[in-house]
Design a protein around this ligand. Sequence first.
Ligand SMILES: CC(C)(COP(=O)(O)OP(=O)(O)OC[C@H]1O[C@@H](n2cnc3c(N)ncnc32)[C@H](O)[C@@H]1OP(=O)(O)O)[C@@H](O)C(=O)NCCC(=O)NCCS
Length: 144
Amino acid sequence: MSKAIEIIEKPESISWEEITELLHKSYATRSKQSMTYLASYQTVEKTIERVGDGICYVALVDGKLAGTSTLSFKYNRKGQNYAEFCQVAVDPIYRGLGIGSKLTDIRIQKCKEANLNYLEASTSINASSIIDFWKTRYGAQMVG
Ligand SMILES: CC(C)(COP(=O)(O)OP(=O)(O)OC[C@H]1O[C@@H](n2cnc3c(N)ncnc32)[C@H](O)[C@@H]1OP(=O)(O)O)[C@@H](O)C(=O)NCCC(=O)NCCS
């Protein structure tokens, strides 16, 4: 039977502790590949700080927390508004179901509505699959 996948803004009923635990569990797979992301060990306070005034999305599978992503709005030194994408994670047991893609598509849609100059996503220089994902799916350019 197919699973019901829902992407929504983080409801009050899901705590920042649960989001942080999910980030640790999800990014552990990157640590095993010798890529240590802040999200693999950051504190609950850091998770909240990185969301800031932005949006924390959650993915629910049959009502259970399965993934998360963050979208925050910023200004650069030239005063241009842009979006920063970070903290995208899917619990290893729910991978390959299209949840990571959905968690990114919803952020792209939100950016289109907000009429931003550009969006920025950071990752490890060694994360070639993630860099390829952004280049091929969204036409992203590497800037540094
Ligand atoms: C990357 C991740 C979020 C993908 O989740 P998923 O639900 O399995 O994604 P999908 O089912 O939509 O996968 C389709 C493909 O697109 C990739 N993908 C999907 N969303 C992605 C995203 N936001 N960023 C990078 N790659 C993504 C997947 O890795 C997968 O590639 P593959 O077929 O070569 O393995 C998940 O593997 C994860 O949590 N990894 C650990 C944390 C991480 O690396 N986050 C990104 C660091 S910047």
